[in-house]
Design a protein around this ligand. Structure first.
Ligand code: ASP
Length: 309
């Protein structure tokens, strides 16, 4: 594996190996140990053209725990604001001999373009509506640790599927690993290609959640809805009534179903606080912990397969 640009195209053994390695990093981190030799002398640059809390911080922590020199490039204060193109920025980063480049960009495909132009190993940290591969890996690790498997589970992904790179990466990963994937949302927020992705489509929460093992809630990605979200979604109140996860809707799932959310959450819009904060059902905090371990596993794997090093 030279880069990690998408989940689509990965095979079950590659996903399984990344999850196994991430599992070992969960145990290492919990025992208070680090492995600072692994990326000693390597440089990791976080290049984020869009906002991020969890992803950027966890790549930084992951890099540091493996001994890399980590640089966070703040795009809002960089020359990108002076009109520099993505490819010129890439050439500049290349000249600095960066080994691992973590990129988040509003345009789908931007990390793929960079991967063709830089010597570094490129990791997609979310590109437009396309993919967010490390999110799907951390979600899978969270599920696998709690349920012991991915195969045969029914996973309901709910809300703004159309604009969600998290949904797309999860659909690819979970279907590849043998889960049954359902998507639930208003017709305006389900992409036309949903049928082709091999998922079951529901427009009714109660029907879609029936018997589910896992419920993944998604934020309304208003920033990607172009010209305002008015035509695509009703008011926040109305949206919550039909599509928001509360205790009554959760009661349709299996009694031990897990509640997940990639963050950031909009409480009272797609999820009720009582459900999000219920320690018996919600694994939202655990997802964040798994995020660091998964990113350590990805950095480790790319470094071993020769990231510019
Ligand atoms: N943090 C996730 C992403 O960057 C989900 C979201 O923003 O709603 O795609």
């Amino acid at each position: 594996m030279r880069h990690l640009l998408a989940i689509e195209g990965l095979h079950p053994p590659q996903i399984g190996q990344l999850l196994d390695l991430a599992e070992s990093y969960v145990l290492l981190t919990r025992s208070g140990k680090t492995q600072r030799d692994l990326l000693r002398g390597r440089t990791l640059i976080n290049l984020f053209f869009e906002d991020s809390t969890r992803t950027r911080t966890s790549f930084e922590l992951a890099g540091k725990r493996l001994g890399a020199d980590v640089i966070n490039m703040s795009v809002s204060t960089s020359s990108v604001n002076k009109g520099e193109t993505l490819l010129d920025t890439a050439a500049t980063l290349n000249a600095m001999h960066c080994d691992l480049l973590v990129v988040r960009h509003g345009q789908s495909g931007a990390p793929n373009l960079l991967a063709q132009k830089v010597d570094a190993a490129v990791i997609n940290a979310g590109d437009g509506t396309h993919e967010h591969p490390t999110q799907a890996l951390l979600d899978a690790l969270t599920i696998r640790r709690r349920k012991g498997r991915l195969e045969g589970l029914t996973v309901a992904i709910c809300g703004d599927i159309a604009h969600s790179r998290v949904a797309r990466s999860n659909i690819h990963l979970l279907s590849t690993m043998g889960s049954r994937v359902r998507v639930i949302g208003p017709p305006t927020l389900i992409p036309a290609e949903a049928g082709r992705l091999g998922v079951e489509v529901f427009h009714d929460m109660n029907a879609g959640l029936a018997g589910a093992d896992i419920v993944m809630m998604l934020r309304l990605q208003r920033e990607r809805m172009g010209g305002g979200s008015g035509g695509l979604v009703p008011s926040a109140r109305e949206y919550f009534r039909f599509w928001g996860l509360d205790a009554a809707k959760l009661a349709r799932t299996k009694p031990d179903a897990l509640v997940m959310h990639p963050g950031p959450m909009n409480r009272g819009v797609e999820i009720d606080s009582a459900v999000a904060d219920d320690p018996a059902r919600s694994v939202i905090r655990e997802q964040v912990e798994m995020g660091v371990a998964v990113r350590m596993a990805v950095l480790d794997t790319l470094a071993r397969s020769g990231a510019n090093g």
